[in-house]
Write a protein that binds this ligand. Structure first.
Ligand code: COA
Length: 505
């Protein structure tokens, strides 16, 4: 499921059991020529996204494409799309006009100072939006109004991010949208919509919420941009740039001149790139919906037993987070996040909003957070959280949705001990418990990026490499590239940690 070409946040179908990805495989481009037919067949079986992409090409193009690819990347499960969609700077007709770094800035970046790319004069910011296509008009969504929340939900449910093969589409619940878009300090003006003038139908959206980031010691007020979506019938009409310019204008009017956003596609220019990893909780269901392949030489029974989890958690003192834990979690998380080059600076109010689940009749749970309370000192030593993001399974006779838990923020006091291996073993235990909790909450898959300290546990806890990347972007802000937890073979690497300490929904 996903969007490696679009948003990259949802998983592409995962690579499972990449037994073939041994280091002995040549890693230079063109090495596929040396693969035997049997190896190629096995490669295709373990990389269904690639298989589908190649199936749509004629034989000769497919052979040429394969020959030009880096076999080490193929074996780690990336689809062609994760590398193919970068254009020349000159072809980004819109983005080349915006205050974002150019691709070639990378070379000179070391010399360029970190900070805003363009100084904005608030006096010169237009007080009115640009004109829209004939027959459409701007609107500001009132998400406290159930009907308008439902309209946004319906737009996204029918037109938001899908995987390349149109098998899965993100299905953000109304509770999720409420949580994501009405965080502390939220502004109605930043919930931007476009309506068809005659029918009043909502046909496009772009939203933002305010927060603060720390980027290598600088603290910046930013808007987190999300839910850029255009009705399928209105695509390729250059409406996206108009939406982006409009939310930019509305942010400038509020005195916010920087933004953070993510996408699965390459735009000028990612500040960091992470890779998706997926841990099957209900392997059989993931297989039945076409998300997880049956690895060559394995059986369904073997896969089920490989992904089996214990029924009880192992960390002494693990329990659901409550309001009384807010201060302790806030303190721990702030210290933990300061270890990363780019991280979110939370207020107490934000911790309450983002992490503490408050049951409400008729509203589904969006976030699950657990703390570890030391049984002797009663100090909070660790915490872990995940959120619920379902995906609609398009056209499957047996299953309508896949319930995915996404790893959210976490922290552990062991990060501050001298013993570097202590954090690794602690996180392995804590995250395995998170998997168990997610399984108990009936999730089918647990997704995580290579951000934060995740390379310390992804492979050990049987997460499989996904074929989607998530690129992070900063608008109107320049800083040197930030590590995304992956190496040049696109695999999790402990030496590449310490970069991304922010989670975007
Ligand atoms: C993403 C989406 C809004 C783009 O709309 P579109 O009709 O395909 O594109 P438009 O003709 O309006 O605009 C094209 C411009 O938008 C840019 N663009 C496309 N997707 C973008 C994205 N996700 N973020 C920022 N810019 C994007 C393109 O690069 C292009 O600009 P360029 O000339 O500088 O390269 C639309 O495809 C959509 O709703 N997709 C499903 C939801 C989705 O993927 N949302 C994005 C999540 S990050």
């Amino acid at each position: 499921m996903s969007d490696s070409k679009n948003k990259g946040k949802a998983p592409e179908r995962r690579e499972d059991d990449n037994d073939s990805s041994s280091n002995s495989v040549p890693s230079s481009g063109g090495a596929t020529k040396k693969l035997s037919a049997k190896m190629l067949e096995s490669l295709m079986e373990s990389n269904p996204a690639l298989k589908n992409e190649l199936a749509s090409m004629d034989k000769e193009t497919a052979a040429k494409t394969l020959a030009n690819m880096d076999v080490s990347q193929l074996l780690t499960g990336l689809s062609l799309g994760s590398t193919k969609n970068q254009k020349d700077m000159a072809s980004y007709k819109f983005w080349q006009t915006q205050p974002v770094p150019r691709f070639d800035d990378r070379a000179t970046q070391a010399a360029a100072p970190q900070g805003p790319i363009k100084m904005i004069d608030p006096e010169k910011v237009s007080k009115t939006p640009d004109a829209l296509l004939e027959g459409f008009e701007w609107c500001t969504l009132d998400l406290t109004n159930e009907n308008e929340l439902r309209e946004l939900y319906e737009l996204l449910n029918n037109h938001y991010v899908e995987d390349d093969n149109a098998m899965f589409r993100f299905a953000y619940s109304q509770s999720f949208l409420h949580w994501a878009l009405m965080s502390p300090g939220w502004k109605k003006e930043w919930h931007v919509g476009v309506r068809a003038t005659k029918s009043r139908k909502l046909v496009a959206s772009i939203c933002g919420v305010p927060t603060e980031l720390r980027v290598r010691g600088d603290r910046i007020k930013v808007t987190e941009i999300n839910f850029l979506c255009i009705h399928k019938k209105l695509r390729s009409k250059r409406l996206a740039p108009v939406l982006i310019k409009e939310i930019t204008r509305r942010c400038y009017l509020e005195g916010i001149y920087q933004a953070i956003y993510t996408a699965g596609i390459i735009l000028p220019t990612p500040v960091s790139s992470c890779r998706y990893y997926h841990r099957a909780l209900d392997w059989l269901k993931l297989y039945e919906v076409g998300f997880s392949p049956l690895p060559h030489g394995s059986t369904k029974a073997r896969q089920i037993s490989k992904n089996h989890l214990p029924s009880t958690t192992a960390t002494p003192g693990l329990r659901p987070m409550e309001s009384k834990d807010i201060d302790a979690v806030h303190d721990l998380l702030e210290r933990y996040l300061l270890r990363f080059d780019m991280n979110q600076a939370f207020t107490r109010e934000e911790i309450d909003h983002w992490l503490v689940y408050k049951p409400q009749a008729g509203k589904e749970q969006v976030v699950w957070a657990y703390v570890v309370e030391d049984p002797d000192t009663h100090k909070i030593t660790d915490f872990v959280s995940f959120y619920n993001l379902e995906s609609t399974v398009i056209d499957n006779p047996k299953h309508g949705v896949v319930r995915a838990a996404y790893l959210y923020y976490y922290a552990s006091e062991t990060a501050f001990t001298e013993d570097k291996s202590a954090l690794k073993s602690r996180l392995q235990m804590l995250m395995n418990d998170a998997l168990i909790c997610a399984r108990q909450a009936k999730f089918d898959v647990f997704n995580a990026l290579t951000s934060h300290d995740n390379p310390l546990f992804l492979e050990q806890l049987k997460f499989g490499a996904g074929d989607g990347q998530l690129h992070f972007y900063l608008f109107n802000y320049r800083t040197a590239a930030i590590a995304g937890g992956i190496n040049d073979k696109n695999l999790p690497d402990e030496k590449k940690m310490g970069g991304v300490g922010v989670v975007m929904l």
